[in-house]
Each structure stands twice: as structure tokens, then as C-alpha cells.
Design a protein around this ligand. Structure first.
Ligand code: ADP
Ligand code: ZN
Length: 619
């Protein structure tokens, strides 16, 4: 057995490069792929932390093809295995899977292929490895490596797959000579350490990639009319693109999906309240078709491996930065420009604080939830680069990115001390003079001097603070309340979300603390690309105008082919490949073979048909 430190021999390195070109159709490795692959090919264990879309799969697929034997891939994403295997088979890789969705005949077939050494890669659900018959099967063949995908499952307390993952630490005892590579896109330090410990990867080499996703544009906008804002985003920047829209509740998922459909957007809902058949159908349509929008609760997305999701929109505030990063990370795995857009408002803060107060569990648990929310709020209210804040959260330093909303149009801040004092005084007076508490709506009505029915009913127009805040309008006041909540200068309480003071409020009232606030845009922020209206801004960003029609025709050809073969469109070719072809159409098979993403097998399978489609488009 070679130890992890062994340098790979030259021919191994060459083999890796040859496989990359021949099978996958790529001409160079990305980031640390080469080091990782060489290390595993040489027999070393590895722990790989790489963001979604970073290119983790090649890190075990290539060593599995280079080393003798079958690469065993452990993955909890059962629903995805069929597509993963289809995609590999389209590349000419002999792949199979064993999981609970299979019939007995199918399973027997895969087992026979494995035992006969006729597979390059075998995907397994983790629970399979607790079954003696699986272990028995594995002992009958030669294993080139164990890949443990989604390795954070072993670290996350309460994770469904955790018990099965904990068992994986014993693989090493049974197959001491087989290298193991654990991979995850979840990056906090604590998780990292726990994966290494729990999986017994003490001697593994750690590869930690930058967590930056430079092709994703991060934007966080004040929430005014969220559905309209979303529609504007889709129409203006992502017409015809695949995207995911996240909402907190099932009801808003349903309403938002219906709203999009009414407005001519191809959209479907997805949440745990739908029956299994509908859920499976909607997910499968999303994976297989071009340009479908899924409106979902966070139940959707775990292991959504679709490379060409062009936007992820959040209509409600995510509960943590980790969650936000994981969800937005589903955009742009193919490296092409994509948008992460979040609309967030006062009601989000009120609602989430309320949920935390009312949550089950001990004080420690609530404190943890509150800390997660605070970090998320700090990201929303920052006047600095969003990406810098995000990466800092994962312990990585970076410089202002130039591709987030705060970099693209730097927000101004203003001295909100006096406004904050007026707001706090109003709350104090209601309490002292009337022994009353109210939510943001009533307080703002008082500040603006509005004689609403409720103001008259409670005689609030007699308060000395009535009408002292007319220098700001309603949306600006909501911004003040929201930001003060985010900064902990104000708190919400009870079922009605009444506003109350915090320990730090007194410092503001006493003039010992300045309050710096982010300016609220006059009207709903127009999205960056909306000026260019219905242009497909993202995918075709650097595609010459005249190549656009060809790109669309190629997509149509791909859609038809995918449908005919019953595979997702991206299994045929990725957008990036079609884009390269549209920009400089190849005239011969040899030229087509030089395009990134066109390996030998795909050239043989689709080459002629694609050239024919090009010729037809030319005619
Ligand atoms: P992850 O599993 O880390 O989310 P994937 O393995 O799915 O990422 O890779 C993301 C995308 O990048 C895929 O479309 C893959 O084909 C592509 N890719 C990976 N490595 C390379 C490379 N060296 N050159 C070109 N494309 C690559
Ligand atoms: Zn930035």
C-alpha cells in the first residue's frame, strides 16, 4: 500500500489528464482538482471542502477510472442516482447504482456487473453498507476507492443519514488499502473538524478550496411588493431561464407559483404538503426541462445537481447564513453568470424573532437560533461588499468583489440618531402614559400623524409625539424600525409583534450612541439588468448578439434530443458547451471534438446530429 505522502508517478498524472480530455472533454483541471486526483490515484486519503459547482465529482471519478477496480461512491441523494448514472453513461463510463428504489432484477444485474469487474463506478446509498449482503458483494470485487459524498451528513446533529454515515468509519478497517475521499460543500470550521474525526480520516490530506462563487451575483433588496419584484427580475434578467424561488410557508409557495403562471412564467410549486407523486413530477420536470421555475420551501434542493440554474430568489429571509449560502449555491454550478436575489423587509425580522421566542428547546437553543438570525441580518444591512461578508463568515478573507449589489451601487448611509430617538420615545410614552404596547404599524402611524380609525380609537392623536416624524415617509420609517431591530436597538415581543426597548435603547435615547442607517431606495430597487429588458442577460452575457438565435436553436435541438432519450437536457451538453458552439460554429467533427465538454463518447453519439442541426440553422 502506498502511503498518503507518496508522489504520483508521471504516467499516473498523464492518465488523469488523458481521461479528463477523452471522457469529459475538458482540457485543463480546475483549482486543486489535479493535486487531489494525483493524491488519491497514489493511494492517499483525502478530505475535500469545495463549494457547490467547484468540481468535486471529477476528484473521485477520474481516480476511479485511472485506478484498477470499481470506485464505490456513497451518497444519500437517492433520487439523484439515476441521473448521475445516466450522465456518466452518456460519457461512456460504466456506472451503476444500488438503492431502495430498485427492483430485485435490476439490483441483481448491477451486482453481477460489479462482481464481473464490468463497472467503473458504483453508487450506493449509505444504509446499504449496513447490510451484510452488500459487504459480502463488495468483498467479491476489487475496489479502487471509496468516495464519501455529502460528508457533512456525518457531522450534522439530527441529520437523517447520520447513523448510516457514522458507520462509514469502519470501511477503513475492512479495506485498509483502499483510499477514501470525503467531499462536502459545507465549510464552517467546526463541521470540517468533525468530519475528519467521525470518519476516522486522521491521516487524510485536507484540501480546502476558496468558497467564493464568483459567477453568482449576490443582491439583497428591500421588500416592497415581493411578487412584482420577482416578476421584474425574471422578465428583465432571466426570461426562459431555470430558477428556484424560496418561500418560507407552503401557502406563499402556492400563491407565488400561481402568480407566476398567471403572468406567463412556466412555474411549479414544491413543498412537503404536496403528495409524493406531484413532488416527484415537478422535480423531474425541473431537472429535465429547460427554463422551468420551481417555487419551493427549503424542502427542495438537497442535491439538486442541475448545472444551469440561472437564479435563486428568496422571498423570505433565510434563517442562517449557512442556509442562505447553501441555497444560493444551487445557482450557476456550470460557472456561467447567475443571480442570487433576496427580498427582505421589516416583517421578516418581526416574524423570525417571534418564531425564535416561541420555539421549543432550551435557552441555549434559542440563543443559537438568534445568533444565526443576527448574522443573516448583518449580511442584509451591511454597506460593505456582500461577498466579503459571506466569505468572512466561512473564515476566508477577500477583497471587494465588484459583482454584488453593494459593490455595483454602493449604498449611502445616514445619521438616523434623531429618527431612532423619536421612535423610541413614542414607545416609551405609550408605555408610561398609557401602559400600552403596539406593533410597528401603529407606531409609524403615530409618528406620521395619521388619524386612522385605530389612532382615534385609542386617542393616540393626543400624545405629544403625535406627528413628530413627518420628515420621513412610511417606507423609510419601516426601514428605520427594521434596521434598529437588526442592530438590537429594538426588540419585538409576543404574538402581535409589539415593539419594546432593549438594554441598548437607553444609550440611543440618552444621546450616548449614534445610529447609522442604510438609506432606503426611493422606490423598489430596479434590478441591474432590467434596462436591457427582455435580453437573456446572464447566460449569454459574453455571447455576441448575432450568435443568440443559434444558441436558442441549439437549445431547442438539445431539448428535443433529451426528450427523445428520456434524460435531462444537461446530460446531452451543458449550456457552456452550446454557448461555445454558437459563438464559433465548428464545421467538422474534429473541430466539434475540440469544444470544451465534448468528449469522445458524446462526439460519437451526438456529433453528426449536432452538425446537421447547425447546417439546418445555416440554411
Ligand atoms: P460539485 O459537485 O462540486 O458541485 P460538479 O462536480 O458537479 O461540482 O462540477 C460542476 C460543473 O463543473 C460540472 O458541470 C462539471 O462538468 C464542470 N467541471 C468540473 N471540472 C471541470 C474542468 N476541469 N473543466 C471544465 N468543467 C469542469
Ligand atoms: Zn461585492
Amino acid at each position: 500500500m502506498s502511503s498518503p505522502g507518496d508522489a504520483p508517478a508521471d504516467h499516473e498524472t498523464d492518465d488523469a489528464l488523458r481521461v479528463l480530455g477523452k471522457v469529459f472533454g475538458y482540457d485543463s483541471f480546475r483549482g486543486e482538482q489535479r493535486e487531489i486526483i494525483d493524491h488519491v490515484v497514489g493511494g492517499g486519503d483525502a478530505l475535500v471542502l469545495m463549494p457547490t459547482g467547484g468540481g468535486k465529482s471529477l476528484c473521485y471519478q477520474i481516480p476511479a477510472l485511472v485506478r484498477p477496480g470499481v470506485g464505490v461512491v456513497v451518497s444519500p441523494l437517492i433520487a439523484l442516482m439515476q441521473d448521475q448514472v445516466d450522465a456518466l453513461r452518456a460519457l461512456g463510463v460504466r456506472a451503476g447504482f444500488l438503492n431502495s428504489t430498485q427492483g430485485l432484477d435490476e439490483r441483481r444485474l448491477v451486482e453481477a456487473e460489479f462482481a464481473a469487474g464490468e463497472l467503473d463506478l458504483l453508487y450506493l446509498a449509505p444504509e446499504r453498507l449496513r447490510v451484510e449482503s452488500t459487504l459480502h458483494l463488495l468483498r467479491r470485487g476489487t475496489i479502487s476507492l471509496f468516495a464519501i459524498d455529502e460528508a457533512h451528513c456525518v457531522a450534522q446533529w439530527g441529520h437523517d443519514f447520520r447513523p448510516d454515515y457514522l458507520q462509514l468509519s469502519t470501511l477503513h478497517e475492512q479495506w485498509p488499502d483502499v483510499p477514501r475521499i470525503a467531499l462536502t460543500a459545507t465549510a464552517t470550521r467546526a463541521t470540517h473538524a468533525e468530519i475528519a474525526g467521525r470518519l476516522n480520516l486522521g491521516d487524510a490530506r485536507h484540501f480546502v478550496a476558496s468558497f467564493d462563487r464568483p459567477n453568482i451575483q449576490y443582491r439583497i433588496a428591500p421588500k416592497n411588493e415581493p411578487k412584482r419584484q420577482l416578476l421584474e427580475l425574471i422578465r428583465g434578467e432571466h426570461p426562459g431561464d431555470a430558477g428556484i424561488v424560496y418561500c418560507l410557508s407552503r401557502a406563499s409557495v402556492e400563491k407565488t407559483a400561481a402568480f407566476l403562471v398567471e403572468n406567463g412564467i412556466d412555474a411549479v410549486p414544491y413543498h412537503a404538503g404536496l403528495d409524493a407523486g406531484t413532488r416527484a413530477r415537478n422535480q423531474s420536470r425541473f431537472l429535465r426541462e429547460d427554463g422551468l421555475v420551481v417555487v419551493a420551501t427549503i424542502a427542495f434542493g438537497m442535491g439538486i445537481d442541475k448545472p444551469d440554474v440561472r437564479f435563486v430568489a428568496h422571498l423570505d429571509l433565510p434563517k442562517s447564513v449557512e442556509g442562505y449560502y447553501q441555497e444560493t449555491g444551487r445557482a450557476g454550478r456550470d460557472g456561467l453568470p447567475s443571480t442570487a436575489w433576496l427580498a427582505y423587509g421589516l416583517q421578516d425580522v418581526v416574524q423570525q424573532r417571534k418564531m425564535i421566542d416561541g420555539s421549543e428547546g432550551d435557552a441555549e437553543h434559542r440563543r443559537r437560533l438568534a445568533a444565526h438570525l443576527d448574522a443573516m441580518l448583518a449580511l442584509c444591512e451591511t454597506v460593505e461588499c456582500r461577498r466579503v461578508r459571506l466569505l468572512a463568515y466561512f473564515g476566508q478573507e477577500s477583497a471587494a468583489c465588484g459583482n454584488c449589489d453593494t459593490c455595483l451601487s454602493p449604498p449611502t448611509s445616514w445619521d438616523g440618531t434623531i429618527a431612532a430617538q423619536k421612535l423610541l420615545s413614542t414607545i416609551v410614552r405609550l408605555k408610561r402614559e398609557r401602559n400600552q404596547k403596539f406593533g410597528a404599524g401603529q407606531i409609524i402611524d403615530i409618528l406620521l400623524g395619521r388619524k386612522t380609525a385605530k389612532v382615534i380609537q385609542f386617542d393616540h392623536d393626543a400624545l405629544s409625539v403625535f406627528g413628530i416624524g413627518t420628515e420621513l415617509n412610511e417606507s423609510q420609517w419601516r426601514g428605520v424600525v427594521r434596521q434598529m431591530l437588526a442592530q438590537g436597538l429594538l426588540a419585538v415581543e409576543g404574538d402581535y409583534g409589539t415593539l419594546v426597548l432593549t438594554d441598548t435603547s437607553a444609550d440611543v435615547l440618552g444621546g450616548r450612541r449614534e445610529v447609522l442607517l442604510r438609506s432606503e431606495p426611493e422606490r423598489p430597487a430596479r434590478t441591474a439588468g432590467s434596462g436591457r429588458s427582455a435580453k437573456r442577460a446572464a447566460v449569454v452575457a459574453d455571447l455576441p448578439e448575432e450568435a443568440l438565435p443559434l444558441f436558442e436553436r441549439l437549445r431547442a435541438w438539445r431539448a428535443a434530443t433529451a426528450k427523445e432519450q428520456g434524460v435531462p437536457a444537461y446530460v446531452i451538453f451543458h449550456d457552456a458547451t452550446l454557448r461555445e458552439i454558437a459563438a464559433a460554429p465548428p464545421a467538422t467533427l474534429a473541430e466539434l471534438g475540440g469544444v470544451s465538454g465534448v468528449g469522445e463518447n458524446k462526439l460519437a453519439k451526438y456529433g453528426e446530429a449536432l452538425l446537421a442541426a447547425l447546417a439546418e440553422a445555416d440554411a
